[in-house]
Design a protein around this ligand. Structure first.
Ligand SMILES: Nc1ncnc2c1ncn2[C@@H]1O[C@H](COP(=O)(O)OP(=O)(O)OP(=O)(O)O)[C@@H](O)[C@H]1O
Ligand SMILES: [Mg+2]
Length: 250
């Protein structure tokens, strides 16, 4: 067996794919840069670790179920000048997760609620936290399915193992009594056990309409708003940015 095949085989056995695929390139570089044996070893081990961390972050990003990956770095705060950028950046340090605090992004369409909620989730994945993203519609389907198959306690337990639960688009779908009851169970089980980020287009005084029941709505509100960082976004839709600019130009 050739020496190269042997190296590749051993890297495979030890699960070192970066080394398997790049060792020749790294050797060439080490010779050219006159690296010491120690420096060479350090360089290739570090590169392998970086690849492993990247892979595990990518897996976490995929399994979180984001509809699209959005990052805080891509958010243009100058477009939403009333937004408390400092507070958002502070929250992005993720201390709120350790304190089991919640975040609510409230505002009209297109102002960046899903973007910011996702960006927090991406940060959490990068910090090796367990994250899941659901739209209200997806969450209700999961809850109804779990309830009808007798696996609701198991589903709620699974959700409670998350460091961050993101529920997007509360208010775009009215819930019937069964759905509202299941949603209440979710929030009540999660209360003070782990963080939730909610995005909504409805003010708290309109939540009675979403849940078709003002008592259930206020019980949910009470739990979510206790230990919560609310952001009320009143700005313009970013989706209309181009349209607005075109209109101004003409
Ligand atoms: N300030 C911003 N800077 C950069 N991109 C933004 C900003 N605000 C929104 N966007 C982008 O505009 C699009 C719409 O934003 P997003 O989906 O977050 O809106 P939303 O508030 O969740 O709206 P909806 O209530 O309709 O769901 C996305 O592609 C998002 O990345
Ligand atoms: Mg949205």
């Amino acid at each position: 067996m050739y020496q190269t095949d042997r190296i590749e085989d051993l890297c495979g056995t030890l699960r070192l794919p970066y080394l398997r695929d790049h060792y020749q390139q790294e050797i060439d570089h080490a010779i050219k840069a006159k690296l010491s044996f120690h420096d060479f070893l350090l360089t290739i081990l570090r590169a392998q670790v970086v690849q492993r961390v990247d892979n595990s972050i990518n897996r976490a990003l995929i399994s979180a179920g984001f509809t699209a990956i959005k990052r805080l770095e891509e958010f243009d705060f100058s477009f939403q000048p009333q937004m408390d950028e400092k507070k958002i950046r502070e929250l992005a340090s993720l201390q709120f997760l350790d304190k089991h605090e919640n975040i609510i992004f409230l505002g009209p369409p297109g102002v960046g609620k899903t973007h910011l909620a996702t960006a927090m989730g991406v940060k959490a994945c990068q910090a090796n936290k367990r994250v899941a993203f659901f739209t209200v519609q997806q969450m209700i389907s999961e809850l109804v399915l779990a309830s009808t198959t007798g696996s609701l306690p198991r589903f709620l337990q699974k959700i409670n193992r998350l460091d961050l639960l993101i529920i997007d688009e509360l208010g775009y779908m009215d819930l019937n009594a069964v759905q509202a009851g299941l949603f209440f169970q979710l929030i009540s089980k999660r209360y003070e056990q782990g963080s939730v980020i909610i995005t909504t287009n409805k003010n708290p005084d309109q939540w009675g309409e979403i849940f078709n029941d003002s008592v259930v709505a206020s019980a949910i509100l009470d739990r979510l708003f206790h230990h919560c960082h609310p952001f009320i976004i009143t700005g313009k839709s970013y989706r209309m940015k181009h349209f607005q600019q075109t209109k101004t130009a003409t």
